[in-house]
Ligand binder design. Structure first.
Ligand SMILES: CC(C)(COP(=O)(O)OP(=O)(O)OC[C@H]1O[C@@H](n2cnc3c(N)ncnc32)[C@H](O)[C@@H]1OP(=O)(O)O)[C@@H](O)C(=O)NCCC(=O)NCCS
Length: 333
C-alpha cells in the first residue's frame, strides 16, 4: 500500500490525468471503516516498484472505499471501487496487475468491506487482459453494462450539433409546452412521486439532492428536470468528473416526452450552461462562471432511447466511446 507522498509523486504518471488530483486525497494512514464518515470517499493506492536498484514505479492501482447508505444501491454497504489500474509497458504480462489486484482485495477483506467493484472497459485494446483479471472464474460477476462517451466541446462538430439541437428544442418546446428547469434542491411532492415510481428502472431513478453523498460530486446547478405542468417527466444529473470535465448520468425522459423532444431539450440546456455559459439563454437564473471544456455522458445499455440517440448523434463526433461492464466481487460473510 502506498503512502500519500509515494502515490502523488512517484506513481502519478501511471494513472490518467483526470484522476491525478485525486492522488492528493490519499491518506497516509488508512482509517478503519468505522472511523470514516459514512457517505465519504477514502482513497487508497497500491504500487509495485521494479526490482532493480533504481526502483522505478512499474504498476499502480488506485481505489476508493465507498460507504453506501443509499437503499437504492443494494450492491453493498461498503466496498472497494477500483478506479484505475495500470502497468508500464515493458513490465506487462508478468502478473504485476494480478499482484496489485490481489493486494487490494486482501486489503478490502482485512478492512471489513463487503466486496470490490470495477467499471471495466470492454472495448479498449486491453479488454482481454481485463477480462482475465475480472473473470467469473476469479469470482467477479457482471452487475450492469453501460456506455460512456466524451465530447470535446470546443470542436466545430459539437458546436454545430449544439446549435441544431437548440433550434429543434425551441420548436418542440413551443409545440408541446414542456419546460427545462433546475433540479429541485429538496424533495418536492412531484419529485417524491417519481422517486417512488415502480416503473422507473433502478439505473434511471432520480435522486434526492439533499441526501446525495457529497463525495459523489453532484453539481446541483447543472442538474435538470423536464417539467410538464406540475409533473416531472424527465431528469438529468450532472457530476464533477475532473478539472475541465463534467459527467452527465441518470438521464431519463418518459416515453411520450422523448418523442416530443424532451431528451434533446434536457441535454441541450445542460450542455449550453456548462460548456458555453457566455451564451446561455435558458430560463434559469444561471450565474456559474465555470466553463467545462469537456463533457462525458454515461448511460445504461438498457436505456434504449439514449443509446439510439447517442449512437446517431454523438458517436460520430465523440472523442472517446467506451463500453463498460460493471463487475463486482462479493466477499463471503
Ligand atoms: C491491463 C493491464 C493493467 C494488465 O497488466 P499486466 O500486469 O500485464 O497483467 P497480468 O500480467 O497480471 O495478467 C493478468 C491476466 O491477463 C492476461 N493478459 C495480460 N495481458 C494480456 C493481453 N495483452 N492479451 C490477452 N491477455 C492478457 C494474462 O495472461 C493474465 O491472465 P491469467 O491470469 O488468466 O493467466 C495492462 O495491460 C495495462 O496497464 N494496460 C493499460 C492500462 C489499462 O488498460 N488499464 C485498465 C483500465 S482500469
Amino acid at each position: 500500500m502506498l503512502s500519500a507522498a509515494e502515490a502523488t509523486f512517484d506513481f502519478r504518471t501511471l494513472t490518467v490525468k483526470a484522476l491525478r488530483p485525486l492522488l492528493f486525497e490519499i491518506k497516509n494512514h488508512y482509517q478503519s471503516s468505522e472511523s470514516v464518515a459514512k457517505n465519504k470517499k477514502n482513497l487508497v493506492a497500491f504500487g509495485v516498484n521494479s526490482p532493480e536498484k533504481d526502483k522505478e514505479p512499474i504498476g499502480f492501482l488506485l481505489a476508493s472505499i465507498n460507504h453506501n447508505t443509499s437503499e437504492e444501491d443494494s450492491r453493498w454497504k461498503s466496498g472497494l471501487e477500483i478506479l484505475s489500474l495500470a502497468v508500464k509497458k515493458p513490465w506487462r504480462k508478468q502478473r504485476v496487475a494480478t499482484s496489485l489486484l490481489h493486494a487490494s482485495i486482501q486489503f478490502a477483506k482485512s478492512a471489513g468491506l463487503c466486496g470490490c467493484c470495477i467499471d471495466q472497459p470492454t472495448t479498449t485494446g486491453f479488454a482481454s487482459a481485463l477480462e482475465h483479471l475480472f473473470s467469473e472464474k476469479r469470482g467477479w460477476c457482471l452487475s450492469s453494462e453501460s456506455v460512456i462517451f466524451t465530447l470535446d466541446c470546443s470542436t466545430s462538430g459539437i458546436i454545430e450539433l449544439q446549435k441544431r439541437f437548440q433550434l429543434a428544442s425551441l420548436h418542440q418546446q413551443r409545440q408541446w409546452g414542456w419546460h427545462v428547469e433546475q433540479y429541485p434542491s429538496a424533495l418536492t411532492p412531484a419529485l417524491k412521486s417519481r422517486l417512488l415510481d415502480p416503473n422507473i428502472p433502478k439505473w434511471a431513478r432520480p435522486i434526492d439532492l439533499s441526501q446525495f453523498p457529497e463525495s459523489d460530486q453532484v453539481l446541483p446547478t447543472h442538474c435538470r428536470i423536464l417539467r410538464v405542468e406540475n409533473d416531472i417527466v424527465g431528469w438529468l444529473i450532472a457530476f464533477h468528473a475532473g478539472e475541465d470535465l463534467i459527467r452527465y448520468g441518470k438521464i431519463w425522459v418518459d416515453n411520450l416526452w422523448q418523442k416530443r423532444g424532451g431528451l434533446v431539450a434536457l441535454l441541450t440546456d445542460a450542455v449550453q450552461a456548462a460548456h458555453y455559459p457566455e451564451s446561455y439563454g435558458g430560463s434559469l437564473n444561471f450565474t456559474s462562471s465555470i466553463k467545462y471544456k469537456r463533457g462525458c455522458c454515461s448511460f445504461a445499455r438498457e436505456n434504449i432511447a439514449m443509446r439510439k440517440f447517442s449512437e446517431k448523434n454523438f458517436r460520430p463526433v465523440s472523442a472517446h466511446w467506451v463500453d463498460i461492464a460493471t463487475k463486482t466481487l462479493r466477499f463471503k460473510a
